[in-house]
Design a protein around this ligand. Structure first.
Ligand code: T3D
Length: 260
């Protein structure tokens, strides 16, 4: 069974984590599949939106805990796995100038939860849940969790979630601002694909710039952010989609964006 399923349809690259018997836990094969999918997304101009989801009843249970040898003599170096796999993945997702939608179909735990938070828009099935499971096995949040969570939910909630490892329901995740929308379980695949298709037919370059601006704002001063907006607007104004957008408005028709 392939650990990652990839299908491209109408400009959407759908990536399905596919180890349902292990709740789609990360192992090297999953990481390699994701790295390959990212390379394709970065280089294939026909891909204009990514949609990530999980097969079976879970989204992703984080690191496959059976991969580590607890009987090993001497200290275990968990940093190298992060450097080899997780960090490049998260950085590439953030830098990709195309939207990434996550459809969280079930439990998202540990690195699986934070992988979801690294996506640009998160939809969650009503039965989904999020667990900062790290503390339960004596670890600290990784995969960007200590960066994303306080920024999305606030320090108090992030701290409590990380320290208790309590399961957060989809309803509470929506209330905390961790997910954009909750969707009934049987509608998640359809609704997430509809959103992805809509974005894939959108002004891709504009969407990439929106992503850049929103993420930069977290660390920027207002003055720096105004400068960035000016630079991005100057650049995007030279593109075909801006002309098409305004022309379509004036001609009272739907725009036909080409993604540049
Ligand atoms: O090592 C490093 O590189 C450091 C980096 C760490 C990053 C991390 O992600 S640390 C956090 C790792 N993840 C966890 O600690 C979560 C472990 N899983 C759970 O706590 C529970 O499975 C869930 C709360 C997620 C779901 O519970 P439940 O009751 O719905 O399902 P289950 O019965 O526990 O799991 C179903 C199967 O998936 C089960 O297999 P079995 O017994 O039927 O053969 C279970 O062992 C397997 N599974 C679930 N999570 C993992 C896993 N197998 C390997 N690794 C997992 N993380």
């Amino acid at each position: 069974m392939k650990p990652i399923l990839v299908a491209v349809e109408a400009g959407v690259q759908r990536i399905t984590l596919n180890r349902p018997e292990k709740l789609n836990a990360f192992n090297p094969a999953v990481h390699q599949g994701l790295a390959d999918a990212m390379t394709r997304a970065e280089t294939d101009a026909t891909i204009r939106c990514l949609l990530i989801t999980g097969a079976g009843r879970g989204f992703c249970a984080g690191q496959d805990l059976t991969e580590r040898d607890m009987k090993a003599v001497g200290p275990i170096d968990l940093g190298s796995g992060l450097e080899t796999w997780y960090h490049p993945l998260i950085k590439r997702m953030r830098a990709l100038p195309k939207p990434i939608i996550c459809a969280v179909n079930g439990v998202a735990a540990g690195a699986g939860a934070n992988f979801a938070l690294a996506c640009d828009i998160v939809l969650a099935a009503r039965s989904a849940s999020f667990i900062q499971a790290f503390v339960k096995i004596g670890l600290v949040p990784d995969c960007g969790g200590s960066y994303f969570l306080p920024r999305l939910a606030g320090t108090q909630r992030a701290m409590a979630l990380a320290m208790t490892g309590e399961r957060l329901s989809a309803e509470d995740a929506e209330r905390y601002g961790i997910v954009w929308k909750i969707v009934d379980d049987d509608k998640l695949a359809q609704e997430s694909m509809a959103l992805a298709s809509r974005l894939a037919a959108g002004p891709t370059r504009s969407l990439g710039f929106i992503k850049q601006a929103m993420y930069a704002s977290v660390d920027n001063t207002l003055a720096a952010q105004l400068d960035l907006e000016r630079d991005l607007q100057r650049e995007i104004g030279k593109g075909g989609d801006y002309r098409e957008g305004v022309t379509a408005f004036l001609e009272k028709r739907k725009p036909d964006f080409k993604g540049w």
